[in-house]
Design a protein around this ligand. Structure first.
Ligand code: NAD
Length: 425
């Protein structure tokens, strides 16, 4: 077996990004990829660091550091969100950019991977300060961004509002309206129908595909969902619609259990009236947050944050399948135990790729100057998610590996073979 000398960018094995690199290395070795190609796939194509002086509301000028890393453009223009968070740094952005390459490749959309970020704390900034920062970042990235080059999107700390400012600033500089430079925009600015619920929808489609393989009847199946934000609440609601009994949900306020099934629409309505929180929700009894992972349900959906299933709690899991709505919810060290227990894991780069798929549809609609109906978007998203699941499943059988490693094999093989045909780029 070939040994590779270059270390993963982050060395703490429980770090989700380092976990991603461990799985990447495993898939590369199974594919028998040359050391040369390994380095091509690992090293980002472009890394841009900019200093962004911004006038704050009190008249002071503060300089922020912003990053954009283009990991790969071999499959098409690069795609990836912009993160506003005090902890943003180049290593993190680099690893997240690679993550995007594999996610786009696994669902077979014609994008490479990128990620951007600014080290800042948006919770301590006014809307005006955030706007000036976003516009300064866009100006600094005018040569990087472009509908055929690199297409940003929201990530932690940014949303449709920031994407609207980016699009406006970019358009002013180009002297014309360029909607397709960014996705995740407000609907009136060329955002796509179906984008909000797209990630949860992909979770539902891949969960049902997995249940079919395990011969679990959705109408007799039970599930627990951690996280009741964008991904978790839509996944829960759509799974419920398909017959699955959602016995437990949770958010930062705690975990809620009802053996007979939680009324998900009532929980969503309650959350929306209650500052986005489930705190005080009466349709279930409260349980300890950690208990959610050990419930005797069929399907477990971690849809809150990274690194929640680790070698510390994995032994308690009773679910037959885990569908990763969140990015990196399972640590590398938990993988072996999960596999020994025979639990099927639909991995993050497949399960939560519904979001980037509808972002791609937003870009396509902007480019053709036409708006698709919600029905068309949902139908196409469902097909892409189902086809991707099947491809990963077949690969898992072919290589005799879990779905997670199979997803990396599918993605890496696609990017590596494209390199071979193009002869480098
Ligand atoms: P969100 O902010 O809308 O919701 C997060 C939810 O998790 C909230 O309900 C919050 O209260 C809850 N939460 C936070 N910490 C928790 C904890 N310790 N225990 C239980 N609940 C907790 O975020 P989101 O957009 O739904 O994203 C969730 C995850 O999915 C993240 O890992 C994100 O990277 C990933 N993801 C999101 C998208 C998307 O389109 N939104 C796409 C791909 C991946």
């Amino acid at each position: 077996m070939m040994t590779y000398i270059e270390p993963a960018p982050i060395t703490d094995k429980e770090n989700p990004l380092a976990s991603m690199m461990q799985r990447f290395d495993k898939a590369v070795q199974l594919l028998g990829i040359s050391e040369e190609m390994y380095h091509i796939l690992k090293v980002p194509r472009k890394q841009v660091i900019v200093g962004l002086p911004v006038t704050m509301d009190n008249g002071e000028i503060r300089t922020f550091e912003g990053y954009r890393v283009i990991h790969s453009t071999i499959l098409g223009p690069s795609k990836g969100g912009i993160r506003f968070d005090p902890a943003v740094n180049l290593d993190e952005v680099r690893a997240l950019a690679a993550w995007m390459t594999w996610k786009c490749a696994v669902v077979d959309i014609p994008y490479g991977g990128a990620k951007g970020g600014i080290a800042c704390n948006p919770r301590q900034m006014s809307a005006g300060e955030i706007e000036r920062l976003m516009r300064a970042y866009t100006t600094a990235m005018l040569d990087v961004f472009g509908p055929d080059q690199d297409i940003p999107a929201p990530d932690m700390g940014t949303g449709p509002r920031e994407m609207a400012w980016l699009m406006d600033e970019y358009s002013k500089a180009k002297g014309m309206t360029v909607q397709a430079v960014v996705t995740g925009k407000p609907l009136v600015l060329g955002g796509s129908l179906g984008r909000t619920e797209a990630t949860g929808r992909g979770v539902m489609v891949t969960a049902l595909a997995g249940m079919e393989k395990l011969r679990l009847n959705p109408y007799k199946a039970t599930a627990a969902v951690q996280g009741f934000g964008n991904v978790g609440s839509h996944a829960a609601s759509l799974l419920r619609e398909r017959g699955v009994c959602i016995q437990a949900i949770s958010d930062i306020s705690g975990a809620y259990y009802n053996q007979g099934g939680i009324d998900i629409e009532a929980a969503i309505a309650y959350r929306d009236r209650n500052n986005g929180m489930l705190e005080g929700f009466q349709g279930a009894e409260m349980i300890a947050p950690e208990e959610l992972f050990s419930l005797p349900v069929d399907v477990l959906v971690p849809a809150a944050k990274e690194d929640v299933i680790t070698h510390h709690n994995v032994a308690n899991i009773q679910a037959k399948m885990i569908v990763e709505g969140a990015n990196g919810p399972t640590s590398f060290r938990a993988d072996d135990i999960i596999n020994e227990k025979g639990i099927m894991v639909v991995p993050d780069i497949l399960a939560n790729a519904g979001g980037v798929t509808v972002s791609y549809f937003e870009w396509v609609q902007n480019r053709i100057g036409y708006k698709w109906t919600l029905e068309r978007i949902n139908r196409r998203t469902d097909r892409i998610m189902k086809d991707s699941f099947n491809k990963v499943y077949q690969t898992a059988q072919q290589y005799q590996v879990p779905l997670r490693i199979a997803a990396y094999i599918v993605a890496i093989d696609k990017v590596a073979s494209t390199y071979k045909y193009r002869g480098g780029y």
